[in-house]
Design a protein around this ligand. Structure first.
Ligand code: CP
Length: 324
């Protein structure tokens, strides 16, 4: 039966707006495709012709190190032509709207636009005005789907599965697009997600997504297979929602002492960038349980898979299929 489902499965998404739109077979297929592409990055010559002739534009209206670079590396490893536009150096600084910017980029006939924007829903809006595929690289406090997928890939690498795991997500749940993508993704794949943080960082709708809201960080971390710390998203807050960073670190920072409550083989994750000594103690960030740099490595493979699949690639298990 499982084989029949796998044979009949077809990836149907032209755009990637969020984990919300992805079914369990979609997520499974994306991760299988990413896994099949991962070894390309460890070859002496890290290049395959799969997306030769395709044009991919990174359109970033917010800062990024990991997401932007890994989408660019992913595209280049598959022989696509890539171009980067950041808000600071674009005509957005002269008052051009997102739609006008997108229409002008569309006039140059790209195949994929990867968008990071401070407004939730900006990728969906963009997709209404252009023919190219749109991949959301983080929209406001909404979603960051490629991060959610690379997080799931990293957990499977270490635990062999997602179903049944206890995943503790600590910190600024309200303003984090990673939190939303991870809660939706891990819950959909059968994990038990527990969240904890200051009350001012806890949106009231979060329990409706299937997460358990804990009254203390200790409750969230107790018996956890995975502990994920999130950065405080200062850029999305008009007022200070915590008394001080020192106090935050004392009550919500992930320390070695806190980790003693988790399972012995717990892994520690963080989407980056880390505020060392705030949400994560440096000895935990650099310690033996940390898989933070593996998350970054998996980011390239997941983004190769997303580019390949939105452009019509169809093979999930061996990655040998040609893009459309
Ligand atoms: N995780 C993440 O989105 O990092 P960047 O902001 O550096 O892309």
């Amino acid at each position: 039966m499982a084989e029949k489902i796998a044979l009949e499965y077809q990836f149907q998404h032209k755009h990637i707006f969020g984990i919300e739109q992805l079914s369990v077979p979609d997520i499974t297929h994306i991760l299988a495709t990413a896994r099949s592409f991962r070894e390309i990055s460890s070859r002496p010559i890290k290049k395959v012709p799969t997306l030769r002739g395709k044009t991919i534009v990174n359109l970033f209206f917010e800062p990024s190190t990991r997401t932007r670079l890994s989408f660019e590396i992913a595209a280049k490893r598959m022989s696509a032509d890539t171009f980067n536009i950041s808000a600071a150096t674009s005509s957005a600084t002269k008052g051009e709207t997102l739609i006008d910017t997108a229409r002008n980029i569309q006039a140059m006939n790209p195949d994929v636009i990867i968008l990071r924007h401070s407004s939730s829903g900006a990728p969906q809006l963009l997709a209404r005005y252009i023919d190219a595929s749109v991949i959301n690289a983080g929209d406001g406090a909404h979603e960051h789907p490629s991060q959610g997928l690379l997080d799931m890939m990293t957990v499977i690498d270490h635990k062999g599965r997602i179903e049944g795991l206890k995943i503790a997500i600590i910190g600024d749940i309200a303003h984090s697009r990673v939190a939303l993508s991870d809660i939706i993704g891990f819950t959909r794949m059968g994990a038990h997600v527990h969240v904890a943080g200051p009350q001012t960082f806890m949106p009231c709708h979060i329990a409706r997504l299937g997460a358990t809201v804990c009254s203390s960080v200790q409750d969230a971390v107790k018996g956890a297979d995975v502990v994920m710390a999130l950065r405080i998203q200062m850029e999305r807050q008009n007022d200070s929602l915590i008394p001080s960073l020192r106090e935050y670190s004392r009550f919500f920072g992930v320390s070695r002492t806190l980790l003693e409550l988790a399972k012995e083989d717990v892994i520690v994750m963080h989407p980056g960038p880390i505020n060392r000594g705030v949400e994560l103690n440096p000895d935990v960030a650099d310690g033996g349980r940390s898989v933070i740099l593996e998350q970054v490595t998996n980011g390239v493979a997941v983004r190769m898979a997303l580019l390949y699949l939105v452009l019509g690639g169809s093979k999930g298990s061996d990655g040998q299929g040609e893009g459309r």
